[in-house]
Write a protein that binds this ligand. Structure first.
Ligand code: CUA
Length: 333
């Protein structure tokens, strides 16, 4: 790698944490703010060290030169310098970092205990999408969380295949999702808004395309979302285009995807995302692209091109059938 390119990469890494939809320093939650403060502390100490060490090195070189030329630079107590600069200061710095990390870790994994009742969400990581269930509310969706602002959210995280990691930089730190285990993790958004999350553990070819969104809304809006979702999950959508539904069944989509009134048997798990509200989601294929008709058709026709390693097989359909199928999917909301 030539020098220019190396500098360019280095320059790109610095602001990537501060801009874009996953700005970890532009926080929407107390937990994330605490993490950002710790980040600033680490950065400050690293900057001080990075300046002090070359400074001392230059000073030593200068002195050596002066001595060599016979211009005595005066005596320096070498032992004292080592004890202070080489032992005391580094130990104090490391203790500061350790103490701050320890205090922070206690705060971000706590259930934000202040007597507030928590909302529980079960999250299962799949290659390469997120299964989202609200057990108390009886709501199932995928890749797009809706949570009430200011309410502690208890996530119960697990995985169906390999290890994934749940990370919404603007809300809290990371937590792994491990097959056969359930990890508890907490979120609480202080402000309304959409926060982008990303799988943060390499999990296969499309790991980088395993994103999700957390939409924090006022409690009343959350409540009406729950009522609407729970109602519509029960019965087949009466307004659903019949032709599209029959293409859906004929193409075998119903073997992997639950739809309103046609849930998959629980024993099957969730081979593919629940499509009960797929028409109202903002993105498609776990944040891969905006949820438009054209993208939906392209995704169904050739998922591997858009998301290598995805479990979804390609479905070739005549244009009219594809149109009908897309109509049907967008009627599910
Ligand atoms: Cu899932 Cu990386």
């Amino acid at each position: 790698m030539n020098k220019g390119r190396a500098l360019l990469y280095a320059a790109a890494v610095v602001p990537s944490a501060c801009t874009g939809p996953q700005r970890m320093l532009d926080t929407g939650a107390t937990a994330a703010r605490d993490i950002a403060s710790l980040w600033w502390l680490f950065t400050a100490l690293a900057v001080i060290t990075s300046i002090a060490i070359p400074g001392l090195l230059l000073y030593a070189i200068q002195r050596g030169r002066r001595r060599y030329r016979g211009e005595d630079g005066g005596e320096v107590d070498g032992r004292r310098l080592v004890w202070i600069g080489g032992v005391t200061i580094p130990v104090l710095m490391l203790l500061t970092v350790l103490g701050a990390s320890y205090m922070l870790s206690g705060r971000i994994v706590a259930p934000f205990e202040d007597g507030q009742e928590a909302l529980t969400i079960d999250v299962t990581g799949h290659q390469f999408w997120w299964e989202i269930r609200y057990p108390q509310e009886g709501v199932t969706t995928a890749n797009e969380f809706v949570i009430p602002v200011g309410v502690p959210v208890r996530l119960r995280l697990t995985a169906s295949d390999v290890i994934h990691s749940f990370w919404v930089p603007q809300l809290n730190g990371k937590m792994d999702l491990i097959p056969g285990r359930t990890h508890e993790w907490w979120l609480r958004a202080d402000t309304a808004g959409s926060f982008r999350g990303q799988c943060a553990e390499y999990c296969g070819m499309s790991h980088a395309l395993m994103a999700f969104w957390v939409r924090a809304v006022p409690q009343a809006e959350f409540d009406s979302w729950v009522v609407q979702r729970a109602e519509r999950a029960e019965v087949p959508a009466v307004t659903a285009p019949a032709r599209g539904r029959s293409v859906f069944v004929r193409a075998g989509c119903d073997h992997c995807h639950s739809t309103p009134g046609a849930p998959l048997p629980a024993a099957l798990g969730a081979p593919g995302p629940d499509l009960g509200d797929v028409g109202s989601r903002t993105t498609l294929a776990a944040g891969r692209m905006p949820n438009t008709r054209a993208n939906m058709a392209a995704w169904i026709a050739d998922p591997q091109r858009l998301k290598p390693g995805s479990r979804m097989p390609a479905t070739r359909l005549a244009d009219a059938d594809m149109d009908a199928l897309v109509d049907y999917l967008f009627s599910l909301r």
